[in-house]
Ligand binder design. Structure first.
Ligand SMILES: [Ca+2]
Ligand SMILES: [Ca+2]
Length: 234
């Protein structure tokens, strides 16, 4: 390997090392509704104090209020990761067939990333657990894998909070075909805001090294360039 070629390969690898995650949206909903449009748009902006929690959430929502987040300026083909906290309030019935199932899902441009049920009611199990559920017939106790469970005496004041991160839900990623994506957060089968509702907090979307190819791709490109140079020298 000549010095010139080696230096070129080093430069390619250094470029790969610079590929780093970039936050394209982050919102903890602690401020007024006016700032919710920063970096994106949520279609039903309102705050809800988390029932005595020190943190505010975006909500409360129930059915028929698909809450959307439109992100622009993305890099087509790049992979983006989504993390969020979900507050599940009051008498969600999980997998119950008569008063449920009580479903919550996330979609990206119509593609389902998460589709699961939650329960706050003893005797009704839920499909969500920490093992990366995405639509299978999960059957777990109410509150399984919740980071917070509030069992208030009044059942309508009860809530649980789930952290949707890359450990619990590795499928929370999307690859936009254009520079825009619409993330949709939806409830289904819920019996109204006062009875079964949900709210969001700490919504973060991160790009994996925007506009810079994956390191593996760069290394392959570098090796291809080396082979090409060697052929030319013969
Ligand atoms: Ca908050
Ligand atoms: Ca229900």
């Amino acid at each position: 390997m000549t010095n010139k070629v080696f230096l070129a390969a080093l430069a390619i690898l250094a470029l790969a090392g610079n590929a780093r995650a970039q936050i394209v949206y982050a919102n903890d909903f602690e401020v007024t509704t006016g700032s919710f449009t920063a970096g994106g748009l949520i279609s039903h902006p309102k705050t809800a104090d988390a029932l005595g929690s020190t943190s505010k959430f975006l909500g409360l929502f129930s059915d028929n209020t698909a809450t959307t987040l439109t992100l622009t300026g993305l890099t087509p083909g790049n992979v983006y990761d989504l993390t969020l906290d979900l507050l599940v309030k009051a008498t969600w019935d999980g997998n119950a067939l008569v008063v449920g199932p009580d479903v919550w899902r996330v979609r990206a441009d119509g593609n389902t990333l998460v589709n699961t049920t939650f329960s706050n009611v003893t005797g009704s199990n839920q499909s969500f657990s920490s093992n990366g559920y995405i639509g299978g017939p999960g059957n777990y106790a109410p509150g399984t894998s919740a980071s917070v469970i509030n069992n208030a005496p009044n059942i309508n004041n009860r809530y649980s909070i789930y952290k949707f991160d890359k450990i619990a839900l590795p499928q929370l990623e999307f690859t936009p075909a254009t520079n825009t994506v619409v993330l949709s957060f939806e409830g289904q089968g819920l019996q109204g805001v006062s009875d079964e509702s949900w709210a969001l907090d700490n919504v973060v979307v991160t790009g994996r090294g925007n506009a810079i190819p994956e390191p593996g791709t760069l290394v392959l490109a570098g090796l291809g360039a080396l082979a090409f140079l060697r052929r030319r020298r013969r």
